[in-house]
Ligand binder design. Sequence first.
Ligand code: SIN
Length: 335
Amino acid sequence: MSASLPRIVILATGGTIAGSSGNPASSARYQAATVPVSQLVDAVPALAGIARIETEQVAQIDSKDLRFDLWERLAARVAHWSTGDDVDGIVITHGTDTLEETAMFLHLTQPCPIPIVMTAAMRPSTSLSADGPLNLLDAVRVAGSTQARGKGVLVVLNQQIHAARDVAKMHTSAVDAFASPVGGPLGFVQDAYIRFHRAPAEGRVPVQRLPVPANWPEVEIVSSYAQPGRIAVDALVAAGVQGLVVAAAGNGSIHETLAAALADAAGQGVAVVRSSRTGAGHVAIPEKVRPEVGMFASAMDLNPYKARVLLLLLLAADPPLARDPQRLQALFAAH
Ligand code: SIN
């Protein structure tokens, strides 16, 4: 092993990339989060030729069960490894189901002095044509590259490099499940060749001064559809929710019944943010205050799940923001 190779730390959290099945021919029946990170690395001997690898098993979960305390632990391990002067990059393995939320959290909270690259897999490690080994190799290549420096948190899957803020899982099972629906991927990796087509969007403002996760606000997602009731919103407000993201129709349109319930919620100091359930595109900020949406901030191009992460971090850092829709809108526009 050459000391000139980049030193890369792999932080493993579980997911299908660490999944296994007794039936290699099945890509749908398996147990996620069973294979330790040391074994995942051993399965890719080519890693030893491109990096000096260190591993840490931060968690071993199916990411559907993601909790804020894992984000806190992950952030602490990222901070630990990225402040030493001898680590060149960090790779985080994660389940695909909520990867976009953890990516958004890290994007908003980590200063990234070195590349931080998330990766995952759609097929378990024991399946035929498992995608995890190549994704891991590519993620390590990107984490060790000088081109990845200064680009924030990245997500590498299926030979594509995505910005953490933009990427979303768009398919239940396909190997090319991940996309950046608004701007496209930042670049690609093919063997040793790494190419960035564009830089990530500007305007990242790290959210600081976070309280412990137990004190984070309650922020939930509701959706607009044909004849919605107001039961869910009223119940959430009665339960003390501090923020609501609406997965609105089209360009942020909200059914009048739901809009009335949300207006009442806003009147009681709940932050309301409009995102879109379409999966791509920007939610317009109305030029004039319209009664049905005027007091609700636009999530801009963030999908409801990413908008929720931003809203909960903003409210955790600054609770009075819930009563200031204009400032909230300015912060969504800046992130
Ligand atoms: C998970 O998200 O942990 C399971 C599904 C996957 O990784 O594809």
